[in-house]
Design a protein around this ligand. Structure first.
Ligand code: ADP
Ligand code: ASP
Ligand code: MG
Length: 410
């Protein structure tokens, strides 16, 4: 009979120092000795990726993205080698690989490359030799053999994509919290761990700021139905299963609250009020892979209108360059920015069939005198842009208003 195969991913905090790396080695070996084949995906040690970016910013204001990828990918190369050594020390066979070495092929979009293909041949060969295979997360290689990275948090994507390509039985994401919570447990002490969450809800929560899983990894997990178990690398307790079925949750209206603090608001003044203007602005942004989030257009007065939208802060310099040039071309006015905003969202599949959720959210904010500047909704989420200095308090207020800390009756 075929041996079970597990992909285990350990995030930066799980491998932040030599002691932790040794503990991860121990844990991987314990699983392996149960008769399981293991592929381990590792992130860079602790805050290495941030430190590397910081280093780059001391050399250049606008480093070439190809070189940023070269630089960032070194972080994961360090951790895979150290983990392999730690496993060797404990008497097991392990071999480490970069993304390029095991054929993680991506497109050419540096710093947020998309996966194209994974050649699993080498991994399968090594597993057949009884080895633990350790793969550098977050990185791949494009057709020109240039190193690429998969966007921040991208080791989650490496793990999910490998689990899919190898038909793994499960994909375990080990992190520094016990699973997926109703809100970031660091910001909301009352947050409760969820036993299960659907791909759809996790995808929304991740896209809206729940950093525990990278959104793109959930997109892939959902598409290929890769079962994911998010759990703590510091305890043996069961974490959260991310799966297709959301049956157990149907009577739960709101599953979680998320916060995105890295948002910025851009306003273009006096946009001519005629067809094609918005298309002109947003087409150019899309061509540069800039994701525009909320868009609000004011009521037109005297043939022109103000247009505001949000982007992630890291996209702000490029966004400004593009919007200023388009604004000039179409005869619009000044472009201003506001970096003091944050986006607070609630997510839940149950919103599809319940009314009054938005009102409850807005009322809770009103009671606390928290002003809402922009609103957007979808079938399973409501997001509000508010002042950043209010954001964490607002998050606790909303969490409380929907009683998310209490275990719901099934
Ligand atoms: P790793 O280095 O393991 O990839 P991350 O820092 O990327 O870890 O993600 C884990 C962090 O995500 C937690 O420390 C927690 O503060 C944060 N987080 C945000 N929202 C949530 C949530 N809803 N549930 C659990 N953790 C969350
Ligand atoms: N080291 C990368 C980052 O910090 C990838 C990851 O941790 O998943 O974004
Ligand atoms: Mg992460």
């Amino acid at each position: 009979m075929k041996r079970p195969l597990i992909v285990q991913k350990f995030g930066g905090s799980s491998v932040a120092n030599p002691e932790r790396i040794k503990r991860v080695a121990q844990r991987v070996i314990e699983t392996k000795r149960k008769g399981v084949d293991i592929v381990v995906v590792v992130s860079a040690l602790g805050d290495t990726t941030d430190e590397l970016l910081q280093l780059a910013s001391q050399i250049s204001h606008a480093p070439a993205e190809r070189e940023l990828d070269m630089l960032m990918a070194t972080g994961e190369q360090v951790s895979v080698a150290l983990l392999a050594m730690a496993i060797h020390e404990l008497g097991e066979d392990a071999v480490s690989f970069t993304g390029a070495q095991i054929g993680i092929l991506t497109d050419g979009t540096h710093t947020k490359a998309k996966l194209v293909d994974i050649n699993t041949q080498r991994v399968v060969q090594e597993l057949a030799k009884g080895r633990i295979v350790i793969v550098a997360g977050f990185q791949g290689v494009n057709l020109n053999q240039d190193i690429t990275t998969l966007g921040r948090g991208g080791s989650d994507l490496t793990a999910v994509a490998l689990a899919n390509a190898l038909h793994a039985d499960t994909c375990e994401i080990f992190t520094d919290v016990e699973g997926v919570y109703t809100a970031d447990p660091r910001l909301v002490p009352q947050a409760r761990k969820l036993d299960t969450i659907s791909y759809d809800e996790m995808l929304e929560m991740a896209s809206l700021g729940a950093q525990v899983m990278q959104a793109r990894s959930i997109f892939v997990a959902k598409r290929f139905e890769v079962p994911i178990h998010v759990r703590s690398s510091f305890s043996q307790r069961e974490g959260t299963m991310i799966t297709k079925s959301a049956k157990a949750m149907e009577d739960i209206v709101v599953s979680g609250v998320t916060l995105q603090k890295d948002e910025a608001k851009v306003t273009i003044r006096d946009v001519p009020d005629k067809p094609g203007m918005a298309a002109e602005i947003f087409r150019e942004l899309a061509e540069k892979e800039i994701n525009v989030d909320m868009i609000v257009q004011n009521v037109s007065r005297e043939g022109s209108t103000d247009l505001s939208f949000t982007v992630v802060k890291s996209d702000l310099p490029a966004t400004l360059r593009i919007t200023r040039s388009v604004s000039h071309r179409i005869g619009a006015g000044e472009v201003t920015t506001d970096e003091g905003v944050a986006k607070l969202s609630i997510v839940g599949i149950g919103m599809r069939s319940h009314s009054g959720i938005a009102a409850k959210m807005f009322e809770a904010m009103a009671r606390e005198r928290i002003n809402i500047e922009m609103i957007s909704t979808s079938e399973i989420k409501i997001s509000c842009v508010i002042r950043r200095q209010m954001a964490e308090r607002a998050m606790r207020v909303i969490h409380q208003a929907f009683e998310l800390g209490k275990k719901k009756k099934k």
